[in-house]
Structures are given as C-alpha cells and as structure tokens.
Design a protein around this ligand. Structure first.
Ligand code: 5GP
Length: 234
C-alpha cells in the first residue's frame, strides 16, 4: 500500500490518498484543540494512543456487527481505512450529564439521566458546530432520512457495546461523539474513538480520564491518555 498525497489535514489527523482509490491512510497527530480551536496545545504521544485505541475499539465493534471504516493498523500513528465520504454531522451520545449538556440545561455534572440522550451537531467550524435535529439534517440535506435512522440505530448499539467494554476496564462512559461516512452506498462508522472524543471517568474515584484534563487544565494529561490505553490493552 503506497501512501500518496495528503487529501486533508484536520485538527487531530491527516488523511492521505493511497494507490487503492477505496482506501485512505489516516495519520494521528499530537495537536490538541478545544473550544472550537480557541485553546491550542500538544499532548505528547496522543496520536499513538488515539490510533491504537481506535483500532482496538473499531475491531470490537466490527465483531459485534457495527460496520466501521477501520481496515488495519499500519504503524504507531497510522491506520488504513476505507475511503468514506463523511456525513457532516457529529453524533453525540450521553449516558451521564456533563460538559455542554450540564451547562445548557443547568443539570449538575455527574447526574444520572432517565434515558440515554442522542444529539446531532452540524460539523461546521465557521458556525461553531451548532446543535441540530433530524428535521434540520433533512431540510439542508446533510443526510437522508434513511441515513439518519441507520446512524441512530448504530449510535445506540455502539453505546451499549462500549459502555460494557469500558466498565469491565474500570471506566464509566459518560458521553462520546461519533462520525459516520458513506462507503459503497452504505453508512458506516468513521473517524476515531479516543479520549479526545469520549468522556471516561474512573469507576472508583470519578477521576476524569479524557480530554477534559486538557480542556480544564487538570494536569497529568499525557499520563492519563497512556493509562486509558493500558487499561484497554490489558
Ligand atoms: P460536549 O457537547 O459536552 O462538549 O461534548 C460531548 C461529548 O462529545 C464529549 O465526549 C466530547 O469529547 C465529544 N465532542 C463533542 N464535540 C466534539 C468535537 O468537536 N471534537 C471532539 N474531539 N469531541 C467532541
């Protein structure tokens, strides 16, 4: 597999074309941003943790019937993935109130909620990723109604699989963000699943084991990312 020209550089990853037009190589960076790019920094070896952690989780999800873009881990920072067309929607699943939901609704962070909450945001940096609903998605043609139904079905299934998987490793899955893409006409899971995109709290102590350590200057950022990966690889 030949790595060809860079197609796209995002905040945390670079995407390269390959000599197979149906495959891309994703390269994970150590760059960290928060609050829509206002806070910038570096988390040493974050790219390695996020690449390896995504590989572990995508494999498990595939085994349990969720199609993903993941093909193969190529190196510490690189994975081979299917060349999907990303739907411009962020899918957020929440089990416990935290972050923007806690703020927006005035619910204390850590409050258990009656049901799982699913949110959509429009992936658009200029607009600051505004929250949208099914109707907006259909109205401005971000995805079809059928695609949204598939996304919802997978999002809840992924939540059930990951909640259990993290809990077995001493972590509570508070919330997370997913992105989906279209490949060969089908909706599949894409992007990454990592401490950048999930909130994970230690089951015993409620210690935050995710990007909130960077966002909120809680310290031990690198050490905590490594610890999450170690718990997953055990
Ligand atoms: P919140 O809306 O509370 O800020 O985020 C909810 C969950 O989705 C958190 O786990 C957070 O990490 C993730 N999330 C939401 N938006 C983004 C985003 O633009 N980038 C990343 N990496 N994660 C996000």
């Amino acid at each position: 597999m030949k790595k060809l020209e860079m197609l796209y550089e995002g905040k945390a990853k670079k995407v390269y074309k390959t000599d197979d037009e149906k495959k891309y190589i994703v390269e994970y960076k150590d760059d960290a941003t928060a609050f829509n790019g206002v806070k910038k920094g570096t988390i040493e070896d974050k790219g390695i943790v996020n690449n390896k952690m995504s590989a572990v989780l995508f494999k498990i999800l595939e085994e349990k019937g969720v199609p993903t873009h993941f093909e193969e881990l190529l190196s510490d920072r690189e994975s081979l993935v299917k060349a999907v067309k990303i739907l411009p929607i962020e899918v957020i699943v929440r089990n416990v109130a935290a972050g923007s939901l806690a703020k927006r609704l005035g619910v204390a962070e850590g409050t258990e909620m009656k049901t799982t909450v699913l949110e959509f945001c429009y992936k658009n940096d200029e607009l600051g990723d505004p929250m949208i609903n099914d109707y907006h998605i259909e109205a401005i043609e971000l995805a079809t109604k059928e695609q949204v139904e598939v996304v919802k079905k997978y999002a809840f299934k992924i939540n059930e699989i990951l909640k259990e998987y993290f809990l077995e490793r001493g972590m509570k899955l508070i919330d997370f963000k997913l992105e989906f893409g279209v490949f060969d006409g089908k909706v599949i899971l894409a992007d990454e699943i990592s401490p950048d995109t999930c909130r994970l709290w230690d089951v015993e102590t409620n210690k935050k084991m995710d990007k909130d350590r960077f966002r909120r200057d809680l310290g031990d950022v690198e050490k905590t990312y490594q610890e999450v990966l170690e718990r997953l690889e055990k």
